[in-house]
Design a protein around this ligand. Structure first.
Ligand code: ACM
Ligand code: ZN
Length: 751
């Protein structure tokens, strides 16, 4: 349904555009000029290179093969004669050094195409640009032609960042060798150059290691609750094949071998490497688990060094990603061997023990000519030996890495997690990403190598990956390649809409640019009101909605203008196309209260990942949904939450409520208790309630609970203060026991 309507949009745009606007390159080049006329590639075309130039040669061969596969046979010649017509020339001559290894120039005129680059990657990216100068159908497998035409253009281009990656999690869901190769092709087509390959996890070990066969015999397979077995792994031959395939396309494959956490599958195969040495099963749940490699046991290091020795022989990349994220310290804290290690190495904390662990591995790998990369947690006990950092918990983690003089790859959850739904991270949000943190001093800018998008697959089997990665990959490819002064979202969006024809031809089953329906709300001008806008995800859709009723249908109210709410309401909305619903029903509840939009003071700094829309989130009138990343919940980890609201004048108060989310697998717990205070002058506060939740729900994995003080007698006051006490560390029975828990609050309601 969606595909049909999108093609109609694209066709209409195409018909209404003149010739010069038909070129729509993604990522956008540094400089681009279109001229009159075109160059025709046919059986008489000669592809020419300097005889001595091997990098031009390999790319010229690649182009000859590409055209041949489309039915056009060109000849390759190793002498350059600029006078003869109908040439495609690959040359290093007159290519400025400033274009670096990946930059290129293309000059297409009716007589010749001249491609200049300094190195093979530059020639390769010029070919990718040529592909985008062809009609979209060129990308179809069965496309055949007698000749091809390319519009006359002059292009000068080079990337802003050298690290332009995708992290593909093939552990939570396994992906076939062909699927991985297809992604390498799609990365290269969009001038991305790193496949960060997540190969080991709690839920599956996916790479053959000859010395430890149980890693794949046991660790590659998980048994679900219904008895079905899920899994798979890549043999070393598969790996070599994929790495070579990627190298030909200028994609570096960086393997990630997780340690010390996210290692349950390995420990299920070799339990003697864990602190308890007790048998474990390959995990079937998603989350963070307390069983990690024992840091006190030398066998752990012997094992990891053996594994990494095979890894370095398989992957020519100078970098090995060692994970390092989300490693609960609970087992180490309770392990005699780990405690002995702490003492013997004179370490002051388990953070320092993690640093010892990672540094030991980093030094080993340095001996093999490799540098490690680790997720930003590896900075916690001090930067391990020469480590590079991948910042994921927020852009401020990149700032921390820069402070430690660590080269950094920037991929914050806020912009780069493509497993997040488009309702949370839409195309525009991705496009607004800048890997360089604000206020980075000029001397440190070169330490920002670039960025990655992350495709975690807990909820994404292979067949759904396209719809999550695309079209967002177009945005990240441009963010990482194109300089900011060249980037403007509305203009990019136009190119994206053309590009859908190419994605169709490439067989990409792309998803939405944004949620089919988006809610945007603000405090109204009319006293105590909320203005709700419903934004449609595509121009060709209509939104229909219903207030305080059942599901919207094709007969429900058509949304035409913002809705003004002066009382509590639940709005359910859906997008329709020709009377047929497109996608799900979206639902939001708004509360219009005495505290709505009032000044609020927070005792805590909300998590950058979960701001809930800003510092006013707890009085914005929006109630949260069961999704912790819906953009409504405001969160803090390991701390209490104290909020003070100024109602503006002394008023009768009959009820005070604050809502919290519990999502125990994600370490989100209801507060232990909530204290409620009222004051008339903001200096003396009187406690009016101490609230708890029923015992029966305390271990319920997922729920929303509203702590309410309404039984209090009517009381007068101007300031309302709530103190929500953090639950404390994850309890013993929790997989991440000992780790700090989160508080997630949505709204304070004063009546
Ligand atoms: C991560 O998302 N745990 C790196
Ligand atoms: Zn231990």
């Amino acid at each position: 349904m969606r595909k049909v309507s999108l093609s109609i949009v694209v066709l209409t745009v195409l018909l209404s555009c003149n010739k010069t606007s038909e070129v729509n390159l993604i990522p956008k080049p540094v400089s681009f000029q279109q001229r009159n006329g075109s160059f025709t590639i046919n059986g008489k075309t000669k592809i020419k290179i300097d005889s001595t130039d091997s990098s031009a040669f390999e790319n010229a061969v690649h182009l000859v093969e590409l055209f041949k596969s489309k039915g056009v046979s060109c000849t390759l010649e190793t002498t350059i004669n600029h006078d003869s017509p109908n040439n495609i020339i690959f040359t290093r001559t007159a290519c400025p050094d400033s274009l670096g290894a990946e930059g290129y120039m293309i000059d297409v005129n009716p007589k010749a195409i001249t491609i200049r680059a300094n190195q093979s990657a530059g020639f390769f990216y010029a070919i990718q640009t040529l592909r985008q100068l062809m009609p979209a159908d060129f990308e179809k497998n069965d496309f055949r032609a007698k000749s091809l035409t390319i519009p006359c253009v002059v292009i000068v281009d080079k990337p802003r960042f050298s690290w332009r990656g995708l992290n593909l999690d093939c552990c939570r869901h396994f992906m076939t060798k062909d699927f991985v190769k297809r992604y390498i092709d799609l990365l290269a087509y969009h001038k991305m150059n790193v496949l960060h390959w997540h190969l080991t996890e709690d839920q599956g070990w996916r790479i053959e290691i000859k010395k430890y066969p149980k890693l794949t015999e046991v660790g590659a397979w998980r048994t679900n609750a219904d008895g079905t077995v899920y899994g798979g792994f890549y043999t070393q031959d598969d790996i070599r094949e994929i790495v070579a395939y990627a190298a030909k396309r200028h994609v570096m494959v960086v393997p990630e071998i997780e340690m010390p956490g996210h290692s349950v599958a390995a420990l299920a195969a070799y339990p003697q490497l864990s602190c308890t040495e007790k048998p474990l099963k390959v995990e079937t749940n998603w989350g963070v688990f307390k069983d990690i490699y024992c840091a006190g046991n030398d066998s752990t290091f012997i094992f990891l060094q053996d594994v990494l020795s095979e890894i370095v022989d398989l992957f020519p990349s100078p970098y090995i990603h060692i994970g390092g994220d989300e490693a609960p310290r609970y087992r180490w804290d309770n392990c005699p061997k780990c405690r002995t290690r702490l003492r013997m190495e004179k370490l002051n904390s388990y953070e320092e023990l993690q640093r010892y662990f990672i540094s030991r591995i980093a030094k080993f790998l340095e001996g093999k000519g490799k540098t490690i990369i680790g997720w930003d947690e590896i900075l916690e006990g001090g930067r391990p030996h020469n480590a590079m950092v991948q910042a994921w918990r927020g852009i401020d983690r990149a700032t921390e890495a820069l402070k430690a003089n660590a080269p950094v790859i920037v991929s914050p959850t806020s912009h780069c997690y493509f497993d997040y739904p488009v309702e949370v991270t839409n195309l525009q949000k991705v496009y607004s990403f800048d890997p360089v943190p604000e206020n980075t001093v000029s001397e440190k800018i070169d330490l920002v190598l670039g960025g990655e998008c992350n495709m975690w697959t807990e909820y994404a089997p292979q067949e759904t990956v396209d719809s999550k990665v695309f079209p967002r990959l177009l945005a990240i490819s441009e963010v990482l390649w194109t300089y900011p002064n060249q980037r403007e979202y509305p203009e990019f969006l136009k190119r994206v809409r053309y590009h859908y024809n190419r994605l169709d031809a490439l067989g990409v089953n792309y998803g939405f640019e944004q949620s089919a329906v988006e809610f945007k709300s603000s405090i109204g001008d009319v006293k105590n009101s909320i203005v709700v806008e419903l934004i449609k995800g595509q121009d060709n859709l209509q939104i229909r909605y219903i207030t305080n009723g059942d599901e919207p249908t094709a007969k429900s109210t058509l949304y035409r203008k913002p809705i003004v709410l002066t009382a509590n309401a639940t709005i359910k909305a859906a997008a329709f196309n020709s009377g047929i619903r497109v996608g799900e029903v979206f639902e939001r509840t708004f509360v219009v209260t005495k505290s709505l939009g009032k000044p609020i003071e927070l005792s805590f700094k909300p998590s950058e990942k979960y701001m809930g829309g800003g510092l006013q989130a707890l009085v914005d009138g929006r109630l949260g949904t069961p999704k912790y990343n819906d953009g409504i919940w405001q969160a803090v980890q390991g701390e209490d939450m104290t909020v003070t609201i100024d109602l503006g004048s002394e008023q009768q108060i009959s009820s005070v409520t604050i809502g919290f989310l519990q999502n125990i697998p994600s370490w989100i717990f209801l507060p232990g208790s909530v204290d409620v205070f009222i004051s008339v002058d903001s200096s003396t506060f009187k406690q009016i309630a101490q609230l708890d939740c029923p015992d029966s729900i305390k271990q319920q994995p997922m729920l929303i609970y509203r702590f309410n003080a309404s039984a209090v007698k009517e009381i007068k006051g101007r300031y309302v203060r709530l103190v929500a006490h953090n639950h404390g560390p994850c309890p013993d029975w929790h997989p991440a026991s000992g780790s700090p828990t989160w508080l997630f609050a949505d709204e304070v309601v004063v009546e």
